[in-house]
Design a protein around this ligand. Structure first.
Ligand SMILES: *[C@@H]1O[C@H](CO)[C@@H](O)[C@H](O)[C@H]1NC(C)=O
Ligand SMILES: *[C@@H]1O[C@H](CO)[C@@H](O)[C@H](O)[C@H]1NC(C)=O
Ligand SMILES: *[C@@H]1O[C@H](CO)[C@@H](O)[C@H](O)[C@H]1NC(C)=O
Ligand SMILES: *[C@@H]1O[C@H](CO)[C@@H](O)[C@H](O)[C@H]1NC(C)=O
Length: 665
């Protein structure tokens, strides 16, 4: 428990702590929330002493959550007259803020109950009332009994009640109250012994060093040759594949964002890469640091990370002279030593301060069970407060991380996805890697096989690419004997050739989100013309029913793809290759950054959420029709003409994409 020391708590409340908890005859009172089953991981301890101060938060019912999708389509669908007219953050807050009537009703009730107006803080995002109160006051207000709860991990304590009551006329205005029936940890116990179990690795990781030896005497030296792109993807190959011109623009404010966590760049590798492949990029070129919650970079060359070097060595050759902004997230403790199960919330907190306390889908702020808690109580951990709204999001952000959808509660995901929607409304493009395990997930995430169901035959979609308001990027490959002037094929390598493990671009259908409107026609065509040969279920309530292995109604993944195999990199001081959908994402993000340069030069807005425009204009993509994404004891889905759950709409055709996006208002 945190003991608050605010002096303003009314000293005059006199009540019988033991007696007041349960209303005797409350005709106008109703249970607002009740814990139906005892929490398995939390042990109920003693009653909270009456003079303990509790931080109370009242989440007000927000408006218009259900209209968010239409708002986003209004500014990002190419047929909309409001295309590109993005909102300010104030407009976003206003649109979803609780009604005036709600704010007034709840404030009046609090004041009438003895919480003086001076104690009540209304949050910046208008969604919250917050005040500190003695336990006895809270018990009186909510007709509840508060106990201390201790988590089985011995690391966390929380204040909670089994049920609480509200006047019936107030109920409709309140989402829920904390402390309440949910275990909101107000602090982690300080302990020198770390008792938490190391979390799961975030699913999308670069493939790392190839397991097969590189042939000696391989003609690495001609950096402009396109003859060897079927074995080694250089910057020249990427530009030739997608017809990307040499960039000359670097509009201030159009830097490209790249997210990293628990993987760190080193300058020596970037410099070696620039020296070899892009001598026009000055030695020492590095991203602008936007470090979040105690993160640090760069590191020594021996510690350089495969993901960071891959992302930066792919992006710089495309976007230079434009630069990168690095959103390195979380202190070393949470990022590397003891990764938590949640993902992405601290990053979004840093970009949008209102998200820190945003309440939606019964989730408020970061989840203390899933997300890091700052200040970090572990020795050497980041001692600052959680960073809220400290950085402006860049127009485009590339994120090559993720994990299994099934590993996180649905409401946690929905709240985060809603934030991508809000950031899309403000004109930002978020691109996520689809994953490297075909129709499955990272082995060890969800299940040991990375597949679902008792026999590991049910497909395992990934998070956050499942969110219909991000752009999901899959990976393609130039197979031996093929050239950059032909369409690529889905990336799919057997174990040992060249990667130690089997690699196959991830795709499929979400079990959390239904197919969004902008995707429905593409999915219908796919099912009508290329029906996959697997039994399916319809909707998450019937998960796995009738032997089904995928959700026929789910959001289709990915949206697009780009090259993600045999990528030339320098890592830890040496030339090597790397790959994965981790590579495809920064390539696609860099292309969107260049398109924004051209739109900005014409006085237009950045493209923001790109999916509706791409699904309406599949001609701007190169359709990928060869290959598949096997896993989970199946051959996976097949790449076919049109959208497919392997390569989405296909790979970029830069001139066509530019033409289309420049034709929009
Ligand atoms: C939120 O919690 C309330 C009470 O516990 C419950 O009735 C409601 O269904 C929940 N809403 C969501 C979206 O989970
Ligand atoms: C999953 O269930 C939720 C309700 O909990 C529903 O809103 C959603 O559409 C479902 N998703 C799919 C893909 O069926
Ligand atoms: C990597 O490069 C360093 C020096 O740059 C060298 O000492 C080392 O042997 C190389 N490692 C491999 C695996 O080639
Ligand atoms: C199709 O993909 C396979 C691998 O799945 C590859 O071996 C073959 O070369 C590809 N064919 C074409 C025409 O790209």
């Amino acid at each position: 428990m945190r003991f608050f020391t605010i002096a303003a708590v009314a000293a005059s409340v006199a009540l019988s702590v033991q007696g007041a908890a349960v209303p005797s005859h409350g005709a106008h009172l109703a249970v607002h929330e009740r814990r139906s089953v005892p929490h398995r991981e939390w042990i109920k301890r003693s009653r909270i002493p009456s003079k303990t101060k509790l931080p109370v938060r009242i989440g007000l019912k927000q408006r218009n959550l259900e209209k968010g999708h239409d708002y986003l389509m209004d500014v990002s669908h190419p047929d909309s007259p409001n295309y590109g007219k993005h909102w300010t953050s104030e407009q976003v807050i206003e649109a979803f803020a609780p009604a005036e009537e709600t704010v007034d009703a709840v404030r009046d009730w609090l004041v009438a109950s003895g919480i003086s107006p001076g104690r009540i803080v209304h949050s910046d995002n208008k969604a919250w009332f917050a005040f500190d109160a003695f336990a006895e006051e809270v018990e009186q207000l909510l007709h509840a009994e508060y106990h201390e709860y201790e988590h089985l991990d011995g690391d966390r304590v929380a204040a909670a009640c089994d049920e609480y009551h509200l006047p019936t006329h107030i109920q409709e205005h309140i989402d829920y109250i904390t402390p309440g029936v949910k275990m909101i940890t107000t602090s982690r116990k300080r302990s020198t012994k770390r008792s938490s179990i190391p979390g799961k690795s975030k699913g999308v990781t670069p493939l790392g060093a190839p397991s097969t030896k590189w042939p000696t005497g391989f003609p690495f030296n001609d950096i402009n040759s396109l003859e060897t792109c079927d074995v080694l993807i250089t910057p020249a190959c990427v530009k030739a594949l997608y017809d990307i011109p040499t960039n000359t623009k670097a509009t201030p404010g159009n830097e490209m964002g790249v997210y990293e966590e628990g993987d760190y760049y080193d300058q020596e590798d970037l410099d070696l890469f620039f020296q070899k492949y892009t001598p026009y990029i000055p030695q020492g070129t590095h991203p602008t640091p936007n470090f979040i919650d105690g993160a640090e970079a760069p590191v020594a060359v021996a510690d350089g990370g495969g993901e960071s070097t891959l992302d930066m060595e792919l992006a710089y050759p495309i976007i230079f002279p434009q630069s990168l902004v690095l959103y390195q997230t979380d202190d070393y403790d949470y990022a590397v030593e003891y990764p938590v199960e949640g993902f992405g919330n601290e990053f979004l907190d840093a970009l949008d301060g209102s998200y820190c306390t945003y309440s939606a889908y019964n989730e408020t702020g970061d989840d203390p069970k899933l997300d890091p808690v700052y200040p970090d109580p572990h020795p050497g951990g980041y001692q600052g407060q959680l960073m809220c709204g400290v950085y402006k999001p860049t127009n485009v952000i590339s994120i090559s991380y993720g994990e299994a959808e099934i590993d996180l509660p649905e409401n946690y995901q929905r709240r985060q996805c809603n934030e991508f929607l809000k950031l899309g409304l403000q004109g930002h493009t978020f691109l996520y890697s689809s994953g490297d395990f075909g129709v499955g997930g990272y082995p060890g995430d969800a299940t040991s096989s990375g597949c679902l169901g008792p026999d590991g035959t049910i497909f395992d979609p990934q998070f956050p690419v499942n969110c219909p308001y991000v752009t999901a990027v899959g990976a393609t490959k130039v197979y031996p004997g093929h050239s950059v002037f032909e369409p690529e094929s889905a990336a799919n390598d057997l174990a040992g050739a060249p990667w130690a493990r089997a690699y196959s671009t991830a795709g499929g259908f979400s079990n959390v989100y239904a197919a969004p409107s902008y995707q429905q026609a593409a999915l219908s065509t796919y099912f009508a013309e290329h029906n996959p040969p697997y039994p399916y279920y319809e909707g998450n309530a019937s998960f796995g029913a009738n032997g089904g292995v995928y959700n026929r109604l789910g959001r289709g993944i990915p949206d697009v793809s780009a090259n993600g195999d045999n990528i030339a990199v320098f890592l830890n001081g040496n030339f090597t290759i790397n790959g994965g959908t981790s590579a495809a994402t920064p390539i696609f993000a860099s292309i969107i950054t260049l398109i924004n340069e051209e739109r900005l030069a014409l006085g237009k807005s950045p493209v923001g959420f790109i999916n509706p425009a791409l699904y309406s204009n599949p001609w701007v993509m190169t359709d990928i029709t060869n290959g598949s994404n096997p896993n989970c004891h199946s051959d996976g889905f097949s790449a076919v003409p049109g959208w497919d759950p392997v390569t989405g709409l296909g790979t970029p055709n830069f001139p066509r994409m530019l033409e289309m996006f420049l034709s929009l208002p």
